[in-house]
Design a protein around this ligand. Structure first.
Ligand code: DON
Length: 306
């Protein structure tokens, strides 16, 4: 697609979703996120060559939250191959992202790497492999987005820590099954920092390019085997929107990953990555206008995987 075509599609998407921008609520369980203005909307598309087009607030940094779970998983798979799948599953949970219930009857093995419990295990492994899980994530995101000022918000991370009883419960519970190797507090600190990364739609669309390029990084080097990139995309499709993954696949038809900051990243393998941000989220934690925008995008372009 030509540049002007991307711009035209983004214009049409924005017109279609305007009426729902502002719907939903911010994530009040993380007080530092509660104050974000729900009338914001931005969207960016990056092609596999790294050309980016955007609309609205596409260059405005926001809290990436659970979108970070894609990259920690990719870094662990890159360094450790299939090992991680002994400690975390890859089936949709059908439960909220911070639910505790399945963990007990499934022996401390989280259903997938995108619910909080699964991501804590992935962060624990990344910490063991690198000695600095958050630092290696941040360096990767800086390199892929080409913005070496990217970092996390200490205010958001502290707010998550202060209201982090549920994540702490998940981590302690898994530790009781021997499914964490590092001290719980250390794993939580890295996890809260990773979720508090601040990036724009532009940054995230670029940083996710390796999944559209079947495992190849922005500089042309290979991060992952083709097969591992396929696997991450598949887990995003089935688990990236939590207990709304079915509805997301039905409406959007792409691998996607949402965060309670209101961002969603989606991948059109072989073609492009799309990131949308609008802070109003629904009960499952997915941006209301974000899902609507991706629905409109795949409908207008015909670029779903189906
Ligand atoms: O741990 C948490 O609850 C948040 N830092 C991340 C949750 C999240 O983004 C779920 N996404 N929709």
């Amino acid at each position: 697609m030509e540049s002007s075509d991307y711009e035209a599609v983004l214009d049409d998407v924005e017109k279609l979703v305007r009426p729902v921008v502002g719907s939903g609520e911010t994530a009040s369980y993380i007080p530092a996120l509660a104050a974000v203005d729900t009338s914001r909307f931005g969207m960016a598309v990056a092609d596999t060559e790294g050309r980016v087009h955007g609309i609205g607030d596409w260059q405005e940094p926001f809290s990436v939250q659970s979108i970070s779970k894609i990259y920690t998983l990719a870094l662990v798979l890159a360094q450790d191959g299939e090992e991680i799948w002994r400690r975390v599953g890859r089936e949709p949970s059908g439960n909220p992202f911070n639910s505790l219930v399945q963990l007990e009857y499934e022996d401390g093995i989280p259903r997938n790497p995108f619910i909080n419990a699964g991501s804590l295990v992935v962060t624990d492994r990344l910490l063991t492999l690198t000695g600095d899980a958050y630092g290696s994530l941040r360096d990767f995101l800086r390199a892929e987005s080409g913005d070496d000022r990217l970092g996390h918000s200490p205010v958001v991370a502290a707010s998550e820590a202060e209201h982090g009883d549920r994540n702490a419960a998940l981590a302690h519970f898994m530790a009781s099954y021997g499914n964490l190797d590092n001290p719980v507090q250390e794993v939580l600190d890295h996890y809260f920092a990773q979720c508090a990364m601040e990036m724009s739609c532009r940054d995230l669309a670029l940083a996710t390019g390796f999944l559209a390029r079947h495992g190849v990084r922005a500089d042309g080097s290979r991060l992952l085997p083709v097969r591992a990139a396929k696997q991450i995309n598949a887990v995003m499709l089935t688990c990236g929107a939590y207990d709304a993954a079915g509805e997301f696949a039905y409406r959007v038809g792409l691998p996607g990953k949402s965060g309670v900051g209101g961002g969603i990243v989606a991948v059109v393998p072989g073609k492009c990555t799309v990131c949308v941000w609008s802070p109003g989220i629904d009960r499952q934690g997915n941006s209301v206008a974000g899902v609507a925008a991706l629905d409109a995008f795949t409908t207008l372009t015909g670029w779903s995987v189906f």
